[in-house]
Design a protein around this ligand. Structure first.
Ligand SMILES: Nc1ncnc2c1ncn2[C@@H]1O[C@H](COP(=O)(O)OP(=O)(O)O)[C@@H](O)[C@H]1O
Ligand SMILES: [Mg+2]
Length: 259
């Protein structure tokens, strides 16, 4: 068995607040792995450590065998990351943005032009290629961001809340694309607080709450333990309790990531 990601007691503290508490997990090559938890559970923080955007306070992690601290550059070369915030330059057109990022990834001009054409076609954005990204709807920006990341043909693809804030048609389109990308050979790690999305997409899910990993298994096995008609939502409440999560920003601890 090959693992694309191994996290060993990965911990992140902001001041004396623990956002992720000794999380250990292994993501198998070729799987769609869901990180599921309510707002403030520590999902984005976990992804940020695995993608080398922030350093763990303690613990270790590797992506494709490369240590996220000691070999951060190697990790960055082989991954694609979609964060909640779209990373495009608003005044540039869709095509200009893709050209810019493609060059940054070091793709030669001929391959790049071909990948841009194919990507825009696949994500139904060809007719908007000459439009500034600033004029795009959120759904269009999200799709374009997927085209951007795919230019680099990532072996491991991280998506932080890929369906949040989108209309149902775009959500369904993006879910289908996530499956397609996975079938073409990328391992996928996605975070979501939407139980149904995690259930539909993931081969396995990790449930996290208050920075703690509570369970990690296939949605099917997790549900089976609770009985015949259980949903992933029932499973989550079984582990985490039904107490409301009223999150307040921990402003006093450390500055927020400025990304
Ligand atoms: N830079 C930061 N400084 C202080 N607290 C932070 C910072 N980043 C995240 N947190 C806190 O850590 C917790 C987990 O955040 P996050 O990983 O973004 O959760 P999720 O993505 O699951 O909604 C939250 O309580 C959040 O307020
Ligand atoms: Mg988040």
């Amino acid at each position: 068995m090959e693992y694309s990601i191994i996290a060993d007691k990965l911990t992140k503290k902001f001041g004396d607040f623990t956002a992720d508490n000794a999380i250990s997990l292994k993501v198998k090559e070729g799987e769609i792995f869901g990180i599921l938890g309510p707002n403030g559970a520590g999902k984005t923080t976990l992804i940020s450590m695995l993608t080398t955007l922030i350093k763990p306070t303690s613990g270790h992690a590797s992506v494709l065998g490369h240590d996220v601290i000691k070999e951060a550059l190697e990790v960055r070369k082989s991954i694609g990351v979609i964060t909640e915030k779209v990373t495009m330059y608003p005044p540039l057109t869709a095509e200009e943005n893709l050209m810019f990022f493609g060059r940054l990834y070091g793709i030669n001009k001929k391959d790049l032009e071909q990948r841009i054409n194919e990507g825009l076609e696949e994500f139904q954005l060809s007719k908007f290629r000459k439009r500034p990204v600033g004029t795009f709807s959120l759904g269009m920006k999200r799709r374009l961001d997927l085209v951007r990341v795919l230019l680099n043909e990532p072996k491991v693809f991280f998506l932080d809340e890929p369906t949040v804030g989108l209309d149902p048609i775009t959500v369904s389109f993006i879910k289908k694309k996530i499956r397609d990308i996975n079938k073409r050979g990328s391992t996928i790690i996605l975070t979501t607080h939407i139980m149904q999305d995690a259930d539909e997409l993931s081969d396995r899910v990790a449930l996290i709450d208050h920075g703690n990993l509570m369970a990690c298994d296939t949605p099917r096995n997790l549900k089976k333990k609770l009985g015949r008609n259980a949903t992933l939502e029932n499973v989550f409440i079984h582990y985490a309790g039904a107490e409301l999560r009223d999150e307040t920003e921990k402003m006093s601890l450390a500055p927020r990531r400025g990304m």
